[in-house]
Design a protein around this ligand. Structure first.
Ligand code: AVJ
Length: 322
């Protein structure tokens, strides 16, 4: 089947401008922040892949196990003819959904959506090869900004897995879910992965593993700033922190300045004065409860119809409809 890639307003120049704007806004805010989307350069993506296999980092294997048990239920409940996956679509989890939809006899189209054209191309080629009867239509886009521009297909299942929605704060989640609702029509469905609230020590360990892989993943964003924005800094002058913020029921990853220092971001002509102990927030990973997910979906006009968890109740997949 031919692979038709749709470019959606994401030329490399726009991405570079976006990073400059995001980093200037983040590093001059209180608390200072760097958006987590900039973690995923080539090295960051490899480190995240390694994180998903760490003993402390349970979300990936747990979500996959739930899909092994329930992908068939998803296929029967939705009878989806098109799988739209937000995120590169290179994972085993994607194949569990594609297999279930193919076995149910409804699968016609796969639409992986991601900002990275190269990763998309690999995913599209692999899926086109493994599912010969399926049309693969990759979309280069930012799921936070371009959802409503998705190509129309009958009976779409929009999948947003991994609990990546947890990276968004409540306002950003409300905006995102409103876009999801605006995109879906009668007959479509939304499959959402959400990591659940659990004991603090398990959550902190998942984001500060003994081998230090997550620390390297977090610190790597400083190399992205050096390379992409001409930042003059010493990565060794920062230390990784993972903190459970009970008030917001989220893990926060932060890079702590070990001394008073000035970081100069050359491309932005911006000097950032940091004092010893000051922490730059690099990611929030929100943890959810069923009633909260149901409430946020309903506020966006989505009705939760199915809630599947693993036996320990560590992670949940929810299916909702417009
Ligand atoms: C890919 C965003 C779901 O928040 O758990 C893993 C990224 N950060 N370890 C998460 C991440 C630190 C992950 N998401």
């Amino acid at each position: 089947m031919p692979i038709r890639t749709t470019e959606v307003h994401l030329d490399p120049g726009a991405l570079a401008d976006q990073m400059a704007d995001d980093v200037r806004a983040g590093l001059t805010a209180t608390p200072r922040t760097i958006p987590p989307k900039y973690f995923y350069d080539a090295r960051g993506s490899l480190l995240f892949d390694e994180i998903t296999r760490l003993p402390e980092y349970y979300p990936t294997r747990t979500e996959r196990a739930i899909l092994e048990d329930h992908a068939k239920d998803v296929a029967l409940a939705t009878e989806a003819r098109s799988l739209v996956e937000l995120g590169s679509g290179t994972s085993e989890k994607t194949r569990l959904l594609l297999d279930a939809l193919r076995d149910a006899g409804t699968l016609e189209t796969f639409v992986p959506l991601d900002v990275d054209p190269a990763i998309l191309a690999d995913a599209a080629a692999a899926v086109a090869q493994e599912y010969p009867g399926v049309t693969v239509a990759p979309v280069v886009a930012d799921f936070e900004r371009h959802l409503t521009l998705l190509p129309r297909h009958p009976r779409r299942l929009l999948a947003f897995l991994g609990s990546t929605i947890g990276n968004l704060d409540p306002d950003q989640r409300a905006d995102f879910l409103a876009q999801v609702r605006a995109t879906l029509v009668e007959g479509d469905a939304f499959l959402l992965g959400t990591d659940l609230v659990k004991a603090e020590e398990r959550l902190v360990a998942a984001y500060d593993d003994a081998a230090g892989v997550t620390a390297q993943f977090d610190l790597n964003v400083l190399r992205v700033l050096q390379r992409e924005l001409g930042a003059e800094l010493d990565p060794d002058a920062f230390e990784h922190r993972a903190v459970w913020v009970a008030e917001h029921e989220r893990i926060e990853m932060r890079l702590e300045s070990v001394r008073d220092q000035t970081v100069r971001i050359g491309s932005l002509d911006l000097d950032v004065d940091l004092v010893a102990g000051e922490q730059v927030r690099t990611e929030i990973s929100t943890k959810f409860r069923r009633e909260g997910v149901e409430r946020e979906l309903a506020a966006a006009g989505l009705r939760l119809t199915h809630w599947w968890t693993d036996a320990a109740g560590d992670f949940a997949l929810s299916l909702s409809v417009p």
